[in-house]
Design a binder for this molecule. Structure first.
Ligand code: ADQ
Length: 516
């Protein structure tokens, strides 16, 4: 079976089938910074939880189907008590079908590699959201150290056998080369969840040759968009001795070939839609209705990790501008911002949380009328089921990222709207905007533009809302998370079409670093 013969609309079962047929004797090793299961001490003893993440949704079925090993940072306070001598624990706890191998990072390494180099260096560098990246030599040393620790764990799991490695995210740029150097039989793939900037921007990265060389250890390197692929190829073309074939989107370096491909990530549309239509969501809708009160006629929402790339302050000012320009919404519009605190060890993120609170206070003081306030801020993590309830209650959802690799909130909003209502106001600078052309596009750097889009959303007739929402849902249904995983697996097959490559002793490694 070749990749081309696989379905265009992927399901969990189709992905499962592909893995069963094509990767049958392949040992799969996934690697991520964040673990798919975490052990924590609770009031009732040690508990095992599954952190909510789109990536776990995609990789978990692959791991279950292959019974492989997932290598990740053991970050739970009871993680050590759950593993055996080899730092292994069988997961999922209720139906063990693969192995979680935990890697231990000391606090300094974690702080410098994860918060420092990855999140204060690479994150702002790649997002170009006008936040100066911070580059510290100690952070880079820790980044290298962490990559080496993960490489040791993966190589140990592969046990000298041929393997295929699929690495995701900017936490592990050096890992592909480290793996390939010590086991040339490995096949390595990586997915980079954030944008890749243009070469001029990337030039400021102090250790660029080493980082780019690390990435060129991959056989397949994935980005969300063709645009990011082209930026990457251009960066390589000017920065590293290599042969770049723009047409084929490939790089040759030192005898090794890296295929650079676009794989737009997504969500489990069918599952999401099913849940959004469930009685449990209806109960949450009722609860939220009560919680928000009936002092408003229109509800708008924003749901984000509190990150400066998401454009939250500008979005709040757009609500303020709407009230300024269109007095008829005073006393009638409620905007609920759900912002889960993230990376709070970093000063920039602490300042953002304070700024958002201050802006909400200022706008509410300005427009307060009786018990009505235009903005509600909810600074906590909400289970998806509650987010679905809010999606369904709202008249519009604002996604105003200044720059975003994809943005799953936009796709989740569409998947929740089983009633084919609601308006998605979407930043043109998200990867999602390339697919979701039926959303209302905005420039998040322009408060006026956003305020006008809100006005358009609020007066949009029901049939136009339905037409747009149907189009959004059709796209997300088609380009779902299994399509993403299936395409990645297809690229791995393509990279390994030499007969016998997926033989008995083959191991496959997935690696990811989900944002937190
Ligand atoms: P993120 O920057 O984290 O992801 P996004 O894609 O929007 O951004 O995903 C956020 C996830 O967190 C969504 O599933 C959302 O529902 C959830 N979430 C947000 N606020 C929440 C809250 N208050 N409570 C609970 N859940 C909340 C990075 C890249 C993106 C890319 C993804 C996947 O920055 O561009 O889309 O990885 O590749």
């Amino acid at each position: 079976m070749t990749w081309e013969r696989h379905p265009t609309t992927w399901t969990r079962n189709a992905l499962h089938e592909l893995i069963r047929s094509e990767f049958r004797d392949v040992r799969v090793i996934a690697v991520s910074n964040r673990e798919p299961y975490i052990h924590r001490r609770g009031p009732n003893g040690v508990e095992c939880a599954q952190p909510a993440s789109g990536l776990t949704t995609a990789l978990d079925p692959i791991m279950r189907a292959t019974g492989g090993v997932w290598v990740a940072h053991g970050s739970g306070d009871a993680d050590r008590s759950a593993v055996d001598r080899r730092d292994h624990v069988a997961v999922p706890p209720e139906e063990p079908s693969y192995t979680l191998r935990r890697v231990w990072l000391d606090q300094t390494t974690e702080r410098r590699y994860y918060y420092g180099l990855a999140n204060e260096g690479l994150w702002p560098l790649c997002h170009v959201a006008f936040h100066r990246p911070v580059f510290r030599q100690e952070d880079w040393e820790s980044y290298r150290r962490a990559n080496r620790l993960f490489a040791d764990a993966v190589l140990e799991e592969a046990d000298g056998e041929p393997a295929v490695v699929f690495i995701q995210d900017y936490h592990f740029a050096l890992l592909p080369r480290l793996l390939k150097e010590r086991n040339p039989n490995l096949t390595v793939a990586q997915f980079w969840h954030i944008p890749w900037p243009n070469r001029e921007t990337f030039r400021v990265f102090p250790w660029k040759e080493e980082l780019l060389d690390g990435l060129l250890g991959n056989d397949v390197l994935g980005f969300h968009l063709r645009y990011h692929c082209n930026n990457f190829l251009d960066t390589i073309d000017r920065g590293v001795e290599s042969l770049v074939d723009m047409e084929r989107s490939e790089v040759w370096r030192g005898g090794g070939l890296t295929r650079v491909r676009a794989f737009p990530i997504s969500i489990d549309f069918e599952q999401h839609t099913l849940e959004a239509d469930s009685p449990a969501v209806a109960i949450h809708m009722e609860r939220w209705r009560k919680e928000l009160g009936n002092g408003h006629q229109f509800l708008g929402i924003g749901v984000d990790r509190a990150d400066y790339t998401k454009g939250i302050p500008d979005r709040l000012w757009a609500v303020d501008r709407l009230l300024e320009s269109y007095p008829e919404y005073r006393g009638k519009l409620l905007f609920l911002q759900v912002a889960v605190p993230s990376r709070t060890q970093i000063g920039e993120y602490q300042r953002l949380n304070q700024e958002v609170e201050d802006i909400c206070g200022e706008i509410n003081r300005k427009w307060a009328r009786g018990s009505w306030r235009p903005i509600r801020l909810c600074s906590r993590h909400l289970p998806q089921i509650e987010l679905m309830a809010l999606h369904r209650l709202s008249h519009f959802c604002m996604v105003t990222s200044l720059h975003d690799g994809m943005n799953l909130v936009a796709k989740e909003y569409a998947a929740s709207r089983v009633d084919e209502d609601g308006v998605l106001v979407l930043s043109s600078f998200t990867g999602a905007a390339r697919e979701l052309s039926a959303a209302l596009p905005i420039n998040p750097f322009s408060v006026e533009d956003m305020a006008e889009a809100l006005r358009t959303a609020l007066v949009m007739p029901r049939d136009e809302r339905a037409r747009r929402m149907r189009a959004l849902r059709a796209i997300v249904r088609q380009n779902n998370i299994y399509t993403w995983a299936g395409r990645v697996m297809g690229a791995l097959l393509e990279a390994n079409n030499a007969p016998g490559v997926f033989g008995h002793s083959q191991a496959m490694v997935f690696s990811s670093g989900v944002q937190a």
